[in-house]
Design a protein around this ligand. Structure first.
Ligand code: SAM
Length: 451
């Protein structure tokens, strides 16, 4: 399948574009595989496939071949995320723009599903708060799954249209808009996307990108940082949007230092010269990507954000929780439906402000649901990065782990009660050992279906 001629023509005048090399790398069918490790789960997967680290993200690694991630229990336990290497440049951008000053920062990932960049943000802002939002309901479920497996308690997943953020004026320190785009950057990975590409769609996406950005910019604080990214090569979705952000929306462009050896192409928007960064697969080991950074200079309005009071667990429910899993220092508990959840105390008010205007799919970590005198522990707790050492645990081998993840029956020798299953330094989920059988509590909707 040839690349769209209209796209090749349009790119012919764009800096760094080399038509021959670009077409050749797409024709080669070569695939690059990379993963990013979860710094809060102590795993070292694929020792035999691990290649050099990704130059712009220390937790990212290239793999020499694509293994079956589905049949790796550590994948299901959030030990790593399979992410395209160019996207991991976000890590370098954050190092440049934010440095080590992450504590207490409120970060929004506006277009977040399936969660690649949200999990990166969660790792970077481990002592901040990450709100991962996805407008499409079915995609927000996948986002919840990936955020749950990543395990950090300082993430809130919402399912909202960018317009819904309007009451949250001057709220976030950092906003990432990884915008829906025409997708040409993924042609090598997904050749079927070539058929769907059209210049009309590029223009449609470009209009939608402006609409999304215009809706969300009021939620950025003064001095706050906007990161805008796409996986499109089209100038209409990239440099032209950067120009619009500066010329029409009054943002200040920010530069990023990059190494010449990385072969990332620095471009500039037409009039304002906003620095932009392009990733071409013939120049770097990764897929097509674009990113640019901005600062908001307009003064903050004074806004008093409204909040709702989320229900707290009853005293007996808290006692029940504490006998099973002691509320860690610095956390507070709240109820959502029947479940008891916890979140770092410093983020409770923020959560209540967000809950006033947004649809919260998941906040913090679910500990479990009281049922009579018992607490049914939650899967979220099992795969969280909270300290679980005090909980009863059974170590399993790879075959048993896969049986568990398929939700099959297991034979385990243990006294009756709840147990975490552990494989290769990570927890997979819960089982309940009964007198004559073992109940498998792996979430049915996430079980491995592949043989
Ligand atoms: N950031 C994600 C990651 O790294 O895994 C990828 C995001 S993808 C490029 C863009 C997302 O924007 C999609 O999940 C899509 O559903 C969502 N989206 C589509 N239309 C949107 C709209 N009008 N406003 C906000 N987001 C939208």
């Amino acid at each position: 399948m040839g690349l769209p001629i209209q796209l090749l023509n349009a790119l012919s005048t764009v800096k760094g574009f080399d038509s021959k090399a670009f077409e050749a790398v797409h024709a080669s069918g070569e695939q690059v595989t990379s993963i990013r490790l979860n710094p809060f789960k102590n795993t070292q997967p694929f020792a035999n496939l691990m290649q050099e680290p990704i130059p712009w993200c220390k937790q990212g690694h290239y793999l020499s071949a694509r293994p079956s991630f589905t049949l790796d229990p550590v994948f299901h336990a959030g030990g790593y995320y399979v992410q395209e290497a160019s996207s991991m440049f976000l890590w370098h951008a954050l190092e440049q723009l934010i440095g080590k000053e992450t504590e207490g920062k409120k970060v929004l990932d506006l277009c977040a599903a399936p969660g690649g960049k949200s999990t990166l943000l969660a790792s970077y802002f481990a002592d901040g708060l990450v709100v991962a939002n996805e407008v499409i309901k079915s995609r927000s479920a996948v986002l919840v799954e990936n955020i749950t497996k990543w395990g950090q308690p300082n993430v809130i997943v919402t399912n909202n249209d960018p317009d819904h953020f309007k009451p949250l004026e001057s709220f976030f320190d950092v906003i990432l808009t990884d915008a829906p785009c025409s997708g040409s950057g993924l042609f090598r990975k997904d050749p079927a996307a070539i058929d769907e590409w059209s210049q009309e769609n590029v223009l449609h996406c470009s209009q939608r990108q402006e609409k999304i950005l215009a809706a969300i910019l009021p939620s950025l604080k003064e001095e706050g940082i906007l990161l805008y990214a796409t996986c499109s090569y089209s100038v209409e979705e990239d440099e032209k949007i950067a120009e619009w952000l500066v010329a029409e929306m009054g943002l200040q462009p920010l530069d990023l230092a990059i190494s010449d050896q990385w072969n990332i192409v620095r471009t500039a928007s037409a009039n304002s010269g906003a620095p932009c960064f392009r990733f071409y697969p013939n120049l770097i080991k990764g897929e097509g990507f674009f990113i640019a950074a901005f600062k908001k200079t307009a003064p903050d309005h004074f806004v008093k954000w409204k909040e709702v009071t989320l229900p707290k667990p009853a005293k007996n429910e808290l006692e029940l929780m504490n006998t099973f899993f002691q509320l860690p220092d610095g956390f507070c508990a709240f109820k959502q439906n029947d479940a008891i959840r916890i979140i770092p105390t410093i983020w409770m008010n923020t959560l209540q402000q967000l809950a006033k205007v947004l649809y919260i799919k998941k906040a913090g970590i679910e500990i479990g649901s009281p049922k009579g005198k018992d607490l049914i522990p939650a899967h979220e707790l099992a795969v969280s990065t909270l300290h679980l050492n005090s909980l009863p645990c059974i170590t399993v081998n790879k075959d048993q782990a896969l049986q568990y993840l398929r939700r099959n029956e297991l034979q385990l020798e243990a006294r009756q009660g709840w147990y975490l299953l552990k494989f290769d330094h990570v927890y997979l989920g819960w089982v309940k050992v009964l007198a004559n059988r073992v109940n498998n509590y792996y979430p049915a909707e996430w079980r491995i279906l592949k043989g």
